[in-house]
Design a protein around this ligand. Structure first.
Ligand code: ZN
Length: 245
């Protein structure tokens, strides 16, 4: 692949791994982030650090890394945690999703990303969506994004390829992909500087990174890191990650 890509980059583990993947596979890579008043707004600060660290640690990737675009999508607040959606939000909470969850959020994100990509002359959109761990999010599913790729390409009258390198990976495999792409330095960068916790907590440091350690996002990251450390054939040794690092 030698394309020009725009990575949906939130500052979390998955999108950082995707960014490294895109830098390995594409000639030119730009990033886009959405600020919509999310509870984990600390992610937006992590983005800056991750971009700086990638440039510092990987001289081959730095020249490929173009501008970072940041869109203010505060309007999403109007369709998230409001009276209009309250009944549905309660239901979603039982599934372990935050009560600020915006239904179909990724459809909106890809739409905005495609508009920016079109303007910038970029023909590939890269996102960290994954069916394996996020079956609760229908807008992360492969069929949804394949359909979206067709809709965007038709609507823009220009090819717009949607790539999701993590689609069929579990969290342990995502850590292994990071190691393959950038060695243990990339694993360490992701552990220390990416953000996953729904509560926006970065005070507590664990072997798997920073976070509250108990919310669904932290629990998933903890389990994935434990399985990664145990190896592909080893037991999912949760005790590994339960030990503070
Ligand atoms: Zn957490």
């Amino acid at each position: 692949m030698n394309g020009r890509a725009l990575v949906l980059f939130s500052g979390g583990q998955d999108s950082t791994t995707c960014l490294a993947w895109a830098l390995q596979h594409h000639a030119h890579v730009e990033t886009i982030g959405f600020d919509y008043g999310q509870r984990h707004a600390v992610e937006m600060q992590c983005r800056e650090t991750v971009l700086a660290e990638l440039r510092r640690l990987y001289p081959a990737w730095g020249p490929k890394l173009g501008p970072d675009h940041r869109l203010d999508l505060a309007l999403l607040g109007q369709i998230s945690d409001t009276a209009l959606t309250q009944a549905r939000a309660i239901e979603l909470q039982q599934g372990g999703l935050p009560n600020t969850f915006v239904p179909g959020r990724n459809l909106l994100f890809f739409g905005f990303a495609a508009a920016v990509a079109y303007r910038r002359g970029l023909e590939v959109l890269v996102g960290g969506m994954c069916e394996t761990d996020y079956s609760g999010y229908p807008d992360c599913r492969d069929n949804t994004l394949k359909a979206l790729q067709v809709a965007l390409s038709l609507g823009l009258a220009a090819p717009m390829v949607v790539q999701t390198p993590l689609m069929w990976l579990d969290k342990a495999a995502t850590w292994r992909l990071a190691e393959t792409l950038g060695g243990t330095a990339l694993v360490d960068l992701i552990r220390e500087h990416t953000h996953t916790c729904y509560l926006g907590d970065r005070g507590l440091s664990h072997a798997w990174g920073r976070g509250c350690g108990t919310c669904p996002a932290c629990a998933l990251r903890l389990a994935g890191y434990a399985a990664y450390r145990a190896g592909p054939d080893g037991p999912a040794a949760a005790t590994v990650a339960a030990t503070p690092g």
